[in-house]
Design a protein. Structure first.
Length: 186
């Protein structure tokens, strides 16, 4: 199996949110609380010794996804062909019936529910329909700073190294998120 993964160069990101806006636009997500691509600002220090970094984070498409393990109806699965973690929203019982077990299990808050009653779980699907047509994910194409990349994890490691920690992100050996970073150092 080829495991697809995500690369993020934290030294290049300026926190412009173009990746998040492009994701919302491409997937027709309402301008509400659901964000398949999230950009977190990390601020440390006191003037004049300040540190600012950004962390762009979609679903990590873990090797051992905790969200899939706890889903009571197996609505979340990992594709054998490429390791993408997908959601069958027709199977999802909604946030009222399952008590949002998948949301609670994910260390990175990737599974999300809309604001409506009994909303179905949704999350980044790594732009599956684009990848199947040989195109890159919309977040990678939209990034003006070239801080993002998506591809086979082995190729990303060969190209960018194998750093799995970044400011604001802590790797889990148990879940093995499919991410590579170039971290910004304090």
């Amino acid at each position: 199996m080829t495991q697809l993964g995500f690369y993020f160069d934290q030294t290049r990101c300026t926190g412009c949110y173009t990746c998040a806006v492009a994701c919302k636009d491409w997937h027709d997500l309402d301008a509400g609380t659901v964000n398949w691509m999230r950009v977190n600002a990390i601020e440390k220090g006191r003037f004049p010794d300040l540190f600012v970094a950004y962390l762009a984070l979609p679903c990590c498409h873990c090797t051992n996804p905790p969200c899939a393990a706890v889903c009571p109806v197996e609505a979340i699965s990992k594709r054998a062909s490429d390791g993408i973690v997908v959601v069958d929203r027709d199977k999802c019982p909604g946030n009222m019936d399952c008590r949002s077990a998948c949301f609670k299990a994910c260390s990175w808050n990737a599974p999300q529910f809309g604001p409506g009653k009994n909303a179905k779980m949704q999350k980044c699907d790594l732009c599956l329909e684009r990848l199947e047509k040989g195109r890159q994910t919309v977040c990678v194409e939209a990034c003006p700073m070239y801080a993002l990349d998506v591809g086979p994890l082995s190729e990303l490691r060969a190209k960018y190294g194998d750093c799995v920690e970044a400011e604001g992100f802590h790797y889990s050996e148990r879940f093995k998120p499919s991410v590579i970073f170039k971290p910004k150092k304090e």
